[in-house]
Structure formats: structure tokens, C-alpha cells
Ligand binder design. Structure first.
Ligand SMILES: NC(=O)c1ccc[n+]([C@@H]2O[C@H](COP(=O)([O-])OP(=O)(O)OC[C@H]3O[C@@H](n4cnc5c(N)ncnc54)[C@H](OP(=O)(O)O)[C@@H]3O)[C@@H](O)[C@H]2O)c1
Length: 388
């Protein structure tokens, strides 16, 4: 097994990992590890959970953290190790770098675990390197594949993160691990070898979808999060989030509103010829549950019913899911001629509450490079039966 140089003090550890002096060492580590390497871009709870899970399965991992986003990486570095508890367990001394050249050189497989609000920052860094032989998997993608305006050998994206997790200092708490997540490649006719290599990396089952649009529609966080935040905004602000977001916040009327929004998501999928499941069914499939009602899920689902509400509205349940899911679904619906009023209503109310112009900032067809595509072309491009 590979081990890192002993850590004598924090300064040398930081220098060792952050100074950019280490390409030779990393190259050596990478060669010793053979093909069994993965680079993870994104040093947050989801990235570290994946890092520990991969390490537990014998994969050598390098975690990249952008130099302006070192919050969790610094915690782990200052303690010299990462301890994972819960559904993923283990103590690891992860290799961490803030140098993208090292990240790209370490492995031909890159898994992206920054929030989609960080995709452009990461693309700005990745643009400097040749990635023709790399496979990049965005977890989750929120249509990263369509905004990635650089040449990459193979781009894939998932609908969700395999883990429900959070960082507490250098401790990683993994509260839930899904049974199944959905994935698709931007490229058609993905080599089955790539498919099986990718499946072997994930310790959850991957459901292969027909297109990245289908995968984006299966990120049901867009159905759950913004409405729960919006319809509980007063309670969030008056208690600083001191309640359980799902158990206390997903009540009957919130569930009714979610179903109306979900119906639009379903109609978008059906316009592409997809067999759409409700958000409840997608969640059941992910976690192996059999709830028959959203309120029942909120009350009884282990991975959901103990989640505390965020302390304010400035949270990715809004800042990621509104611009990168709801705005995207809304612009798809508009192009397809589907009435998207329930989605539009949520975006407008969120804009009124936060003062942020999400319609302007969000992943609409223009950002996805699909604004010049006609309705019929759009359907042909992403329908399983008509793909050209
Ligand atoms: N954690 C979960 O339970 C969970 C569940 C479902 C889905 N997900 C999804 O998985 C993704 C990652 O989740 P996470 O909990 O690991 O997120 P996170 O901790 O908030 O962020 C992951 C890493 O990305 C960095 N980052 C944030 N904004 C960035 C930017 N603009 N440019 C470059 N780096 C940036 C963060 O640094 P700083 O924090 O220092 O800014 C952190 O190192 C998100 O899309 C999230 O929605 C997570």
C-alpha cells in the first residue's frame, strides 16, 4: 500500500501539498498505483466521501481543492488525516493538491464534486490542459456536459451524489448512501469498456440513461429543495434553521406544490419520449424505499428525516438548485411548448425573496448552447428513439 511522507508539522504538510513542488512525487505515486487512480476535483463532503470509499476499494485518489476554496481541505490538512463515520467509514490521509496540473497528471479519470455553481471556475482551470484522453464525470452534473466548452475525451454526469454527508471539522459524517444513481455520457454509443470502468468506481449501482437531459431531469432535488426552502422561509429565518427540513417542513400543502412542479418535469421528459417517474418514485428507487406519499417519505425516510434546515436562504438548496435545475427545466419547457407556470412561480418568488436574478444567471438554453436549436432538433438530439 502506498503511504505519504510522514507529517512532522502542519507547515511542511501544507508546503508539501500546496507548493506545486510535487509533480515528480505525484507522478511516482501515480505510476506505482498503475491504472487504479482517480482525481477528485472538489474537496467538500461529497468529494471526501468518494475519496474514502474509493480508497477502501483499493483506488489511489488525489483530491484537488481550488485555492480560493480551501475551507475543508485546510481542516483535513491541519489535522493530518480525514476520519469518515457513518455509512462510509475509515481513516485516510488523502493526497490533496491545489495545483490543477498535478490533478490532471495524476489520473485520466477525473470526478468533479464541486457544486454546479463552481463549474465555470473549474472549467477555467481545466481549459489550460489537454484532456483528450481524460474521462470527466460530474457528480452531480446539472448539465455540466453542455456548458463544458472544452475538448474532453469523454464526459459523463450523474443526477445525484451517492452520499448524503457533511463535514464537521476534519470529520466526515456520511448519513446516507444511495442504492442507485443515474448517469449518462454526452457522447452517444459509449464504449462498454468505459461503462464498466465507470461502474467499477462507484459502490452504488449506476442506472445508464439515454442522455444527459434525462439525467438532469432525474435530479429531483429541484422538486424538493427550492419549494421546501421557500414555503418554510419564515421558519428558517426566525429559528436560524432549528427544525428538521423534511420532517417538519414537508407537510401536506408543501407536498401539493411539489407535485404541481413535478408534473412539469414529467411533461418535459415525456416530450423527449422518456418514461418518467415521479420525484417520489425516483427517491424510492435511489434509496430502496417504498413510500407512497411525499409526506410519508419526509416523516419516515432515514436519510431525510433528520436533516436540519439551513440557517438562512443563502444555501445551495436555492443557489444551486434554482439556477441550475429550475431555470434549465423552465427553458426546456418553454422551447417544448409546455406550460411551466409552477416552475416559473417558484423562480420568481425566490428572486423576490433573495433579490438574485436567477433567470439571468441560470442555466437556460443560451448557457447550454441550445438556444439556436429548433424544438424538433432538440427532441431529435436527446430522444432515445430519435437521437441523431
Ligand atoms: N453533501 C451532500 O450530502 C450532497 C447530497 C446530494 C448532492 N450533493 C451535491 O454534491 C456536490 C458537492 O457537495 P458538497 O457537500 O461536497 O459541497 P461543498 O462542500 O459545498 O463544495 C465542495 C467543494 O467545492 C468547493 N467549491 C465551492 N464553490 C466553488 C467554486 N465556485 N469554485 C471551486 N470550488 C468551489 C468547496 O469549497 P468551499 O466550501 O471552501 O467554497 C468545496 O471544497 C454539490 O453539487 C451538492 O449539491 C451533496
Amino acid at each position: 500500500m502506498l503511504t505519504c511522507r510522514p507529517i512532522n508539522n502542519v507547515d511542511s504538510f501544507v508546503k508539501y501539498y500546496w507548493s506545486g513542488d510535487t509533480p515528480k512525487l505525484l507522478q511516482k505515486l501515480s505510476i506505482e498505483a498503475g491504472q487504479n487512480t482517480v482525481t477528485i476535483i472538489g474537496a467538500g463532503a461529497a468529494g471526501f466521501a468518494l475519496a474514502v470509499d474509493l480508497k477502501n476499494h483499493g483506488v489511489s485518489v488525489l483530491v484537488y481543492s481550488h485555492s480560493n476554496h480551501l475551507r475543508h481541505a485546510n481542516e483535513v490538512i491541519s489535522k493530518g488525516q480525514l476520519t469518515a463515520r457513518g455509512k462510509v467509514q475509515g481513516v485516510a490521509i488523502p493526497w490533496i493538491t491545489a495545483d490543477m496540473a498535478e490533478a490532471v497528471a495524476f489520473s485520466k479519470i477525473i470526478i468533479l464534486t464541486v457544486p454546479s455553481t463552481g463549474h465555470h471556475t473549474v472549467l477555467h482551470e481545466l481549459r489550460k490542459f489537454s484532456l483528450h484522453q481524460h474521462t470527466v464525470i460530474a457528480v452531480p452534473g446539472n448539465l455540466f456536459s453542455l456548458i463544458a466548452d472544452i475538448q474532453i475525451g469523454c464526459v459523463l454526469e450523474t443526477n445525484l451524489s451517492p452520499y448524503s454527508c457533511r463535514m464537521e471539522g476534519e470529520q466526515l459524517i456520511v448519513m446516507g448512501k444511495k442504492h442507485l444513481i443515474s448517469i449518462a455520457a454526452l457522447q452517444q454509443d459509449l464504449d462498454p469498456m468505459v461503462q464498466s470502468t465507470v461502474q467499477n468506481l462507484f459502490s452504488v449501482q449506476l442506472k445508464w440513461c439515454s442522455s444527459v437531459i434525462e439525467v438532469c431531469l432525474l435530479n429531483v432535488n429541484g422538486v424538493f429543495h427550492p419549494l421546501m426552502m421557500l414555503m418554510n422561509a419564515g421558519r428558517i429565518e426566525s429559528t436560524a434553521g432549528n427544525f428538521f427540513l423534511y420532517r417538519d417542513g414537508l407537510t401536506r400543502s408543501v407536498a401539493n406544490a411539489m407535485r404541481a412542479l413535478d408534473q412539469v418535469r414529467i411533461e418535459i421528459g415525456e416530450a423527449f419520449g422518456l418514461q418518467m417517474k415521479s420525484a417520489l418514485e425516483v427517491s424510492n428507487e435511489c434509496y430502496g424505499h417504498s413510500f407512497t406519499d411525499l409526506v410519508e417519505l419526509a416523516q419516515n425516510s432515514g436519510p431525510h428525516n433528520k436533516l436540519k434546515a439551513p440557517s438562512d436562504l443563502e444555501n445551495r438548496n436555492i443557489s444551486e438548485d434554482v439556477p441550475h435545475l429550475l431555470v434549465c427545466w423552465h427553458s426546456l419547457a418553454e422551447k417544448l411548448g409546455i406550460d411551466a407556470s409552477p416552475i416559473k412561480a417558484v423562480i420568481i418568488l425566490v428572486e423576490m425573496a433573495t433579490g438574485v436574478n436567477y433567470f439571468e444567471a441560470g442555466r437556460d438554453l443560451r448557457q447550454l448552447h441550445l438556444d439556436k436549436v429548433s424544438r424538433d432538433e432538440l427532441i431529435r438530439k436527446f430522444s432515445p428513439s430519435q437521437r441523431t
